[in-house]
Design a binder for this molecule. Structure first.
Ligand SMILES: *Cc1c(COP(=O)(O)O)cnc(C)c1O
Length: 373
């Protein structure tokens, strides 16, 4: 029998009431997912909401007879031989000495940042950075300041003001920003980091698997296997010393169970697909560019294309209008994005056909004026 705690009930209902009052209630909806077509409530929708940019998530496992569980932490007996294989492949793909898998991208961030910095240190972070980097920084106890999105002059100001008051300095940014689809000026950030003796860590959650112009100069390259790689799990790539330090100090690696061997095999399969079929990445960028060209938007820099509408209500209305036409696009509102920048977030996948993108363009035509404004 469970004990009835009325103070808990009261507290929970109070929290829910406050969330509802700010119109920010989130609910879980069931979708059966079939790549770019998604079934929900008996209807089939064409989806532009997935992070499965390369169309890999629906791939079937090559070795389905692997165990479903690992049984222990990696430091005990959970370190299946596939770990070494996956980590070697990731390091090769990233051009780093070594790599380390984590349970998820979220765990990689909250596990790594507190190992690198602590209460005597300072973190400077792009304002558009993901919530799990903020959580990692909070856990670390370091002082932290945010620079305006991709604003190098502001980053330089913050470095001049705060760097010397602290022992270590860590700069955090994303390679491709999750809600805007644009890229960070990594070469410029790396130069500033060098000048001010700061370390650079990037979150490549939305960049991994897409074509890049130049190698990533970051000392610490974190990412996830849950987006373009279509699986689950997170990673950090960098020097052997970085990886050895994380093995010794990163709590989510030490105190959490190793990934199941079956998942490690999925990751291996996905990484092989990414390397063997580079046309997936070319295809998704061609579709993204087709979309931005047709809508007269700035040229796509990734698989994510935002249409900024500003007003929360306008974004929701557009989401609903598209839904009535059988198309799913996410409306993203504050606090996920800054106040006054509510938007539609379109993500394309290599599994979309040109005709799918053209259908979305047609459906978006009525907001052409808003987009141009
Ligand atoms: C999704 C995401 C993460 C978390 O990755 P998971 O593997 O899904 O936990 C981290 N950072 C960014 C920028 C993300 O978009």
């Amino acid at each position: 029998m469970t004990t009835h705690s009325s103070s808990l009930d009261i507290a929970l209902h109070e929290m829910l009431r406050k969330t509802a009052a700010s119109e920010r209630t989130r609910t879980l909806k069931t979708h059966s997912n079939n790549g770019v077509y998604v079934q929900h409530g008996g209807t089939e929708y064409l989806s532009f909401c997935s992070n499965d940019y390369l169309g890999i998530a629906q791939t079937l496992l090559s070795a389905p007879d692997l165990p479903i569980g690992s049984g222990a932490s990696r430091l005990l007996t959970g370190n299946h031989p596939l770990y070494a294989e996956v980590e070697k492949t990731l390091a090769t793909m990233k051009g780093t000495q070594a790599a380390l898998l984590f349970g998820s991208g979220y765990l990689a961030n909250i596990g790594t940042i507190p190992v690198l910095v602590g209460k005597d240190d300072v973190v400077l972070m792009d304002k558009a950075s993901h919530a799990c980097m903020i959580d990692g920084v909070r856990l670390s106890g370091a002082a932290w300041y945010r620079f305006r999105h991709n604003d190098m002059a502001h980053l330089e100001q913050l470095l001049a003001k705060h760097r010397d008051k602290h022992t270590r300095c860590l700069i955090l940014t994303e390679t491709v920003f999750s809600m805007a689809g644009d890229r960070a000026p990594l070469a410029d950030i790396a130069t500033l980091a060098e000048t001010h003796d700061a370390w650079l860590m990037t979150d490549d959650a939305h960049g991994f698997g897409l074509p890049v112009d130049a190698p990533n100069p970051a000392h610490i390259q974190m990412g996830t296997l849950s987006k373009a790689a279509g699986c689950y799990g997170g990673y950090v790539c960098g020097s052997q010393a970085l990886i050895d330090t994380l093995i010794n100090h990163a709590s989510p690696l030490i105190f959490s169970t190793a990934l199941p061997p079956s998942l490690l095999q999925s990751i291996m399969d996905a990484l092989e697909l990414m390397q063997d079929e580079p046309e997936r990445a070319t295809q998704v960028m061609a579709l993204a560019t087709r979309l931005t060209d047709a809508l007269d938007l700035p040229k796509a820099q990734s698989a994510i294309i935002p249409i900024i509408l500003g007003d929360n209500e306008a974004a929701l209305q557009m989401q609903n209008t598209l839904k009535r036409q059988g198309i799913l696009v996410s409306a993203i509102r504050p606090p996920t994005v800054p106040e006054g920048t509510a938007r539609l977030r379109i993500s394309v996948s290599a599994h979309h056909r040109q005709a799918d993108v053209d259908r979305l363009v047609e459906a978006l035509k009525p907001i052409g004026d808003v987009v141009a404004a």
